[in-house]
Design a protein around this ligand. Structure first.
Ligand SMILES: Cc1cc2nc3c(=O)[nH]c(=O)nc-3n(C[C@H](O)[C@H](O)[C@H](O)COP(=O)(O)OP(=O)(O)OC[C@H]3O[C@@H](n4cnc5c(N)ncnc54)[C@H](O)[C@@H]3O)c2cc1C
Length: 449
C-alpha cells in the first residue's frame, strides 16, 4: 500500500535542496526509492539563486561590455558600451528564472519526491523533524550547503553590506565604487564583473595572492588582467576596523607584505561593500549531536564514500568537509607541498591559432603528469572558455587516458581545444630520445635513396 506523504519509513531523507540535495533526491527517486526532500529557503539552493547561475549570467553581459570597450582589438572603431546597469541585472534575473523550473518543487514532486518546506533538525539518528512533522528514514543525506562568512571586523555590524545571498536581488542601482573583501573565486568573479559594469572596484585580500589555492603564476596573470581593466587589488592586507561616514564606507587595515618585519597602516574606501571572505558550513540548525554525527568548524566529517560518523547518514556538497578527499586534481603548488614528483607541460594561449584570430591570446594551460609517465595529475587552464576546455582533461583523468593519447586524437582546427592537443604534443616530444631520433633520421635517409 502506498504511504501518505510523511508517513512510514523513507529510504532516504535529504536535507537541503541545493545542487547536492537535488541530485541525490532525483537519483534515489529515479531508482525507485522513497525519498523526502526538505528545503527551508529557495529550491535550487545557492547555485541557482545566489551563486553560479546569476553570477555567470552577469559575467556574460559583462564580457560583452568589455569586448565593446576593447573594440579596437577587433579592428572596430573605439567606442564606449551603452548599457543600463539595472537592465543587465534584470536580464540576469530573467535568465535565472528560465532555469529555475528544473529545480522547482513541482518538478521534483513530478519525479516522485515528497518535498517538505521548512527547517529540518535531527531528533535522533533515525528521525528528523520539519515544521512539527517527524520523518523517519533508513538513510539521510545532509546537503545543507554553506554561506558567506561575516568577518569579526570592528564596526561591521554598523554598516550595510552585500553577500552573495543579497547582491543579485538587492543591489538596486549602480554604486559608484565597491570594496570587495576577499580575493577568492567569488570575490574575483564578482569584483571583475562589477568593474566591467562600471563600478570602481577594490579587491582586498588578506593573503599574499588572490585565488589562494591556485598556483602563483595563475594568480599573477589574473591580477594583472584585473588591474589592466581598472580593478584595484590589495593583497597582504587585513581589514581591522570599518566605519560609514557621508555614504562612504572606510576600512582601516594592516598591510604586511611577506617577509616584512612589521605591518603598516592602510585605508581604503568605497560606496558599497561585498563580503566574500570564504564560506562557513550551514549546520547550526541541524542538531547534529542528536544524530551522533561528528563535525568540525569546517563541516561534517565524511569518509571517501561520503558517510559521516553514522554510516547510514551521508553528507554531500559544500557541507561535507572535503579535506578528506584524496582523489582530486593537483595543482603545481599542491604537488610541491605534498612532495609529489611531476613533469610540467605549459602551452601559452598565443600558440593556439584560434586564440590569436579571436584576439584572446592571453592565458595558458598547465598540465601536470606523474614524473616520467603519461598519467595526468592535474590541469589548470587560464583562457576564455576554460571551464569548457577543462573537460577533456577531466575525462582523460577519469578514464585513465594519458596525455600522449590526447595528442593522437584529431582536434578540429582552428579551435581553442588545440590547447589540449598541443600539451599532448609536448609530452610526446619528451618521449623522443636521442637514440630514437637517430633511428628515425636513418630511416628517412634510406627512404630518400
Ligand atoms: C557567486 C558564486 C558563484 C559560484 N559559481 C560556481 C560555479 O561557477 N561553479 C560551481 O561549481 N560552483 C559555483 N559556486 C558554488 C556553488 O554555488 C556551491 O558549491 C553549491 O551551491 C553547493 O551546493 P550544496 O547543495 O552543497 O549547497 P546549497 O546550494 O547551499 O544548498 C543547500 C540548501 O540547504 C538548505 N538548508 C540549509 N539548512 C537547512 C535545514 N536545516 N533544513 C532545510 N534546509 C536547509 C539551504 O536553504 C540551501 O537551499 C558559486 C558560488 C557563489 C556564491
Amino acid at each position: 500500500m502506498t504511504k501518505q506523504k510523511g508517513e512510514g519509513v523513507y529510504n532516504v531523507v535529504v536535507i537541503g535542496a541545493g545542487t547536492a540535495g537535488l541530485v541525490t533526491a532525483a537519483g534515489t527517486a529515479g531508482l525507485g526509492g522513497r525519498v523526502a526532500l526538505i528545503e527551508r529557503n529557495k529550491m535550487g539552493g545557492d547555485c541557482l539563486n545566489f551563486g553560479c547561475v546569476p553570477s555567470k549570467a552577469l559575467i556574460s553581459s559583462a564580457r560583452l561590455i568589455q569586448q565593446i570597450r576593447d573594440a579596437e582589438k577587433w579592428g572596430l572603431d573605439r567606442q564606449a558600451p551603452q548599457f543600463v546597469f539595472e537592465r543587465v541585472f534584470d536580464r540576469m534575473r530573467a535568465r535565472r528564472a528560465k532555469i529555475a523550473p528544473n529545480d522547482s518543487q513541482e518538478r521534483f514532486e513530478s519525479l516522485g519526491v515528497d518535498v517538505f518546506r521548512g527547517e529540518a533538525h535531527f531528533i535522533s539518528p533515525d528521525e528528523v523533524e520539519v515544521d512539527g512533522q517527524r520523518l523517519r528514514a533508513k538513510n539521510f543525506v545532509i546537503a545543507t550547503g554553506s554561506r558567506a562568512v561575516i568577518p569579526e571586523i570592528q564596526g561591521i555590524d554598523t554598516i550595510p553590506y552585500f553577500t552573495n545571498e543579497t547582491i543579485f536581488d538587492e543591489l538596486k542601482e549602480k554604486p559608484e565604487s565597491m570594496i570587495v573583501l576577499g580575493g577568492g573565486p567569488i570575490g574575483c568573479e564578482l569584483g571583475q564583473t562589477l568593474s566591467r559594469l562600471g563600478v570602481k572596484v577594490t579587491i582586498v585580500e588578506y593573503g599574499p595572492q588572490i585565488l589562494a589555492p591556485e598556483d602563483v603564476d595563475v594568480a599573477e596573470l589574473m591580477q594583472q588582467r584585473f588591474e589592466a581593466e581598472g580593478v584595484t587589488v590589495h593583497t597582504c592586507t587585513e581589514a581591522k576596523r570599518v566605519f560609514l561616514r557621508d555614504g562612504v564606507i572606510t576600512f582601516e587595515a594592516n598591510y604586511k607584505p611577506v617577509g616584512a618585519p612589521a605591518s603598516s597602516p592602510a585605508k581604503f574606501s568605497g560606496h558599497a561593500l561585498l563580503l566574500a571572505m570564504g564560506r562557513c558550513p550551514m549546520m547550526k540548525a541541524l542538531n547534529l549531536d542528536a544524530a551522533g554525527v561528528r563535525y568540525t568548524p569546517n563541516g561534517v566529517e565524511v569518509n571517501d564514500y561520503m558517510q559521516t560518523s553514522q554510516p547510514h547518514i551521508y553528507a554531500a556538497g559544500d557541507i561535507a568537509n572535503r579535506l578528506k578527499f584524496t582523489h582530486t586534481a593537483l595543482g603545481e603548488k599542491e604537488a610541491k607541498q605534498k612532495s609529489i614528483e611531476y613533469d610540467l607541460f605549459v602551452v601559452p594561449l598565443e600558440d593556439v591559432d584560434r586564440a590569436v584570430v579571436e584576439s584572446e591570446e592571453t592565458g595558458f594551460a598547465k598540465i601536470l603528469t606523474a614524473k616520467g609517465s603519461n598519467k595526468i595529475l592535474g590541469a589548470t587552464i587560464v583562457a576564455p572558455h576554460a571551464g569548457d576546455l577543462l573537460h577533456e582533461f577531466v575525462l582523460a583523468m577519469s578514464a585513465k587516458i594519458g596525455l600522449g593519447k590526447i595528442a593522437s586524437t584529431i582536434h578540429a582546427y582552428p579551435t581553442f581545444a588545440e590547447l589540449a592537443r598541443k600539451a599532448g604534443d609536448k609530452y610526446n616530444k619528451t618521449r623522443l630520445t636521442p637514440r630514437a631520433k637517430k633511428i628515425f633520421t636513418w630511416l628517412y635517409r634510406n627512404a630518400r635513396k
